[in-house]
Design a protein around this ligand. Structure first.
Ligand code: GLN
Length: 519
């Protein structure tokens, strides 16, 4: 079922193998009909994650990248939409030589082909992975999931036993007496077996650690050895989960099945993600949706930067349409995330003005960057009706990107993915990155209107990064920390590689907290 933590389980098992020196890659299967996540409402599915090649994908791929330090591409997210599109294109070309095109074998063959292609893609431009983790999203029994589970069943038969294992993630609830209920696991395994799939490992998700008794019971009903029934209890911090699974002996079980040597794990990553906090800061994130998953990468990036600075970052989620200046007064920093459409925009501009005028650490991302420019144009440059073309009437200091003019399709048509950015020597952002050429990921349709750049700069806003004619970063030199980026630095942050703008922001929050008098 959804929301159980299949993605984190997948990423964590991958981390265990990576810590043993194996090269790991990962694929996410989403059985919905959309070609990709780009057109989906984040309030329903969480954040749309953006890959280096511009793929707009499920947020689980963000977890894979962060846990495994890998760069994935669009082919690592397989959807029903993509599979059917490929098959229909082949049919139109005549590739099937007159055959009746059917779900079995044509769709299932295509699914297997997509999995193999993704598995064989070189990791980070180097070698092909030793192990590919494939996460099958959706629920056993869903009509949409059926062709994928059938393809998995076929693959299992085609590959040697030591070349493929099946991990089943199930919910083990606890009753009011504090006893684990194994019935849902028994039933879901039964449902899987009806489809010809026998799990090799069961990861039991529960609110507490499953003891040997519960494991034995699950084992008896499912034919999964008790050693391969793994307890995964809720964790406050997702980066602790690999360590928990390590303690459960998962790596040993996986290596055994796959005939891999269970090498001594490198413990450096565990140390990195469990460094002690000696400080704490509170950051306000102005949010338009009541769901934290919409801002998953931002949340994680703040955590990465915080860990690196021994600082716990508490997020105060403020509803864009219902916060007051009072809510901003006692936080250590203000962050305005990306977004689309008019709702909440005026309130976000109010928060940016507050941060600028009260000299509070401020980080603006994508829409946050555009709103910073609007706020500056209105209140410093003196254009009271300054706005973005996206929001309607007014003076458009933010305008549609020239190449976006006349684009009607919404799917996959934004300015997406990696772009090279040149940072201005001597600016704050160049200092944070420690260099003047960087690569970051994008997802937007609008940009700073070139007609206003000179006036904004004359009024004191510094555009400290650009990609050709496109403004990418702005800052205010006399402010303690005011930084906004057109790109999304959160898509490249990981515990091993915290993002420079986030590091700078959290460091500024820490400083702001320890010396509020300097404001
Ligand atoms: N809506 C803005 C644009 O399309 C910003 C997009 C974003 O924040 N991701 O340019």
């Amino acid at each position: 079922m959804s929301g159980l933590g299949k993605g984190i389980t997948t990423a964590s098992i991958g981390r265990l193998l990576k810590n043993r020196g194996y090269l790991v890659t990962a694929v996410k299967i989403d059985p919905y009909l959309n070609i990709d996540a780009g057109t989906m409402n984040p309030a329903q599915h969480g954040e749309v994650f953006v890959l280096s090649d511009g793929g707009e994908v499920d947020l689980d791929l963000g977890n894979y990248e962060r846990f495994l330090d890998i760069n994935l591409t669009s082919i690592h997210n397989i959807t029903t939409g993509k599979v059917y599109r490929n098959v229909i294109e082949k049919e139109r070309r005549g590739d099937f030589l007159g055959a009746t095109v059917q779900i079995i074998p044509h769709i299932t063959d295509e699914i297997k082909h997509c999995i193999h292609c993704a598995a064989e893609e070189a990791v980070n431009g180097g070698k092909v992975a030793d192990i590919c983790l494939v996460e099958v999203g959706g629920t056993v029994g869903d009509i949409e999931s059926m062709p994928f589970l059938e393809a998995v069943r076929q693959m299992h038969g085609e590959l040697a036993p030591e070349d493929m294992i099946l991990v089943h993630v199930t919910l083990v609830p606890m009753d009011t007496m504090g006893d684990f209920k194994t019935k849902p696991t028994q039933h879901s395994v039964k449902a899987l077996r009806e489809l010809g799939l026998q799990p090799d490992i069961i990861v039991a998700r529960s609110s507490d650690v499953l003891g040997p008794e519960a494991k034995k019971k699950i084992s008896a009903f499912t034919d999964v050895p008790a050693k391969a029934v793994v307890s995964a209890k809720d964790a406050a911090d997702i980066y602790q989960i690999p360590m928990e699974l390590e303690k459960e002996g998962v790596a040993d079980v996986v290596c055994n099945y796959l005939s891999l040597e269970n090498r001594e794990p490198d413990l450096a990553w565990y140390r990195l993600v469990s460094q002690e906090y000696t400080n704490r800061v509170t950051v306000a994130v102005i949010s338009k949706y009541g769901i934290e998953d919409v801002y998953m990468s931002i949340k994680e990036s703040l955590k990465h930067a915080g860990r690196a600075l021994s600082t716990e970052v508490k997020i105060r989620w403020l509803d864009a349409e219902a916060f007051s200046d009072h809510d901003l007064a006692d936080v250590d920093g203000i962050l305005i995330p990306g977004g689309f459409g008019k709702r909440g925009v005026e309130e976000k501009i109010r928060a940016i003005r507050y941060a600028r005028e009260n000299k509070r650490p401020y980080l603006g991302l994508c829409l946050g960057f555009q709103l910073s420019v609007i706020e500056y144009a209105r209140h410093v440059l003196g254009i009271p009706d300054a706005t973005s073309e996206e929001m309607g009437e007014g003076t458009h200091v933010i305008a549609i990107l020239p190449e976006q003019e006349g684009v009607n399709d919404l799917g996959g048509t934004m300015r997406l993915g990696n772009c090279d950015i040149t940072l201005k020597e001597g600016t704050m952002v160049a200092g944070l990155y420690g260099r003047t050429t960087i690569v970051e990921r994008h997802r937007h349709r609008y940009e700073v209107n070139p007609a206003f750049i000179a006036d904004l700069e004359a009024a004191g806003l510094v555009f400290s990064g650009a990609c050709g004619p496109r403004m990418e970063v702005c800052e205010i030199p006399e402010h303690p920390f005011y930084l906004a980026t057109q790109f999304h630095p959160e898509f490249r942050s990981s515990p091993t590689n915290p993002s420079p703008p986030y590091l700078g922001f959290v460091a500024a929050c820490k400083k702001n907290k320890s010396s509020p008098g300097e404001r």
